[in-house]
Design a protein. Structure first.
Length: 131
């Protein structure tokens, strides 16, 4: 390595070491009361999820898929308050199987984008008709 290359590398590493020691600022702000009260809904969210999970239809489907009920309970207990609230809301509002048409459409859209970008070549027959 040339002398000028070594010199610039040493300069760059020296700057990196000096910048690594600089303190990072921390910012604090007041939280609204509604944010602090969100944690109290955890019990209600768990009760809503447990009621849905205890239904015969959900239990049968979980057994069909080979899911252990104790592992589901452990995973639900490990969720944060916001994740638990989102799950409780989605379980009540979303259909059980989801929207199949939306899944098919999203899959087609991803394949189309990958085809246009050139990552894959699925649609080989698209183009002018051959004789």
């Amino acid at each position: 390595m040339k002398s000028s290359g070594k010199r610039s590398l040493v300069c760059l590493l020296s700057c990196a070491v000096m910048l690594a020691g600089t303190p990072v600022g921390a910012f604090a702000e007041m939280l609204p009361t509604s944010f602090a009260l969100q944690g109290t809904n955890r019990g209600a969210d768990i009760a809503r999820i447990d009621a849905i999970m205890a239904s015969a239809e959900v239990s049968a489907h979980m057994q069909k898929l080979g899911v252990d009920p104790q592992s589901v309970e452990r995973r639900i207990a490990a969720l944060t308050d916001s994740e638990l609230h989102q799950l409780a809301e989605r379980l009540e509002s979303d259909p059980a199987a989801g929207d199949a048409l939306a899944i098919i459409g999203a899959t087609f859209l991803v394949l189309l984008i990958l085809e246009v970008v050139g990552v894959i070549d699925i649609f080989k027959s698209i183009g002018p008709a051959r004789r």
